[in-house]
Design a protein around this ligand. Sequence first.
Ligand SMILES: *Cc1c(COP(=O)(O)O)cnc(C)c1O
Length: 521
Amino acid sequence: MAMNSQGRPTHPGIAATAEVKTFSGHRGLDHEEALIFENESFVKTGVDLPEPKAIKARLGGLERMASIGLPGLTEPETMRHYVRLSRKNYAIDSGLYPLGSCTMKHNPRLNEKMARLPGFADIHPLQPERTVQGALMLMEALGGYLMELTGMAAVAMSPKAGAHGELCGMLAIKAAHDAKGSKRNVVLVPDSAHGTNPATAAFMGYTVRSIPAKADGTVGVADVTAALGPDVAAIMLTNPNTCGLFEPDVVEIARAVHEAGAYFYCDGANFNAIVGKVRPGDLGVDAMHINLHKTFSTPHGGGGPGSGPVVLSAALAPFAPLPFVAKEGAAYRLIEQVADAQGAQPFGRLTAFHGQMGMFVRALTYMLSHGSDGMRQASDDAVLSANYIRASLRDLFTQPFGDKACMHEVLFDDAWLKETGVTTLDFAKAMIDEGYHPMTMYFPLVVHGAMLIEPTESESKASLDQFIATLRALAMAAKAGDVERFKQAPILAPRRRLDETKAAREPKLVWKEPVQKVAAE
Ligand SMILES: *Cc1c(COP(=O)(O)O)cnc(C)c1O
């Protein structure tokens, strides 16, 4: 009988669980769930309203003639549909979520409580300013802490995610060049960058010039200098970088970039590693987005919208977008028009309103409840957790850039899987059977078969130990030649392995009404 790590028996040994077929299609208490349109009758309605008395139509013959075409669900049916779906969703609230570069940390419940305060939750962006002074004050306070933590001169609060923040920062950079009459059409992006960096540059019409990574996984000054020229508008550099390493030459790179008349955009998605330790402004950064939904614990993924404020250096501050909060005497104002911008030259407006208010409340709550020492310790612990995993696996897994300390995430490659017949993808699928969301795979692209693991500071030592023990057990199985286990995985998930190539090549984009199932005789 199989035993779990506490020595208690696990399932009673049905070897091929995947082969068990049930009549209902459900697997234990885990229900198969059809699309909301597929189960229910379209003629039924969920509410019981009396037929309206004969009324004189005033729509001039424009009344709807056909059925409204919405599924007819009762309240309990609706509830069950969404609860069952939610149970298929893996979340930070259900287990360790080691997705590198995503900083899947715990979202403290205190944040949720604060975000639900009616004074924040029930206000509207079009309310008169004097009725939302507290909300504006909160935005000002959060922006102030972001500038303090990064050592930067200004902040744009409205971008709604990291990628949106990149666009904001790059638009500020473009506006600064335009103001000087400098025409530049190239942006430097290292090979190891997140895909959003070259995408942002290309979206704005820039040509992307890639910078190769050095053998140690970092970006070299010489490579940057060689790529610089009068046509270069900016560099987009991630620090700590996507290999989980701090860029040691970042100050020199910034200097070279500035000497060439270009600006330094820093992708700040990995800020969680250095909060309270390093101020990006001191490194020469001109613009950096901060993913509140990563570093400052606001929910993301299926859990909620992102928020990507951008901090700006003094050189770029005048070009920050509208709207922004200004304090006049004791009152707060939201500056909405260029004419009110006190001589600044905003590049324009990114969003209809001011950004993700609920996320601002959560992020500020996180900051105030941690304090400066707590935020610094969170970074310390995030780095410690990643290195604990690194040190516990380094005898089995291979590290592409040698055995050296990492920041908040540890990067392995697939050299150690060579000749086992198991790939990074197979390994990740086997992790699902073991109850773990896979790590980030095949990113960054500069590393073959990359496995990027970011545990964050939220995990206890016991949780890390169990994760490590599981990965070690899987690694031993791979090395022992148990290829089938990996090729078949996931066996225990609601869906087996999908044909991803076919899904990409022949996507089915149209929902078709299913053939009605006839009840069994
Ligand atoms: C997450 C991430 C982004 C993009 O942020 P979103 O909020 O997902 O748009 C950009 N760069 C890096 C390195 C990231 O990890």
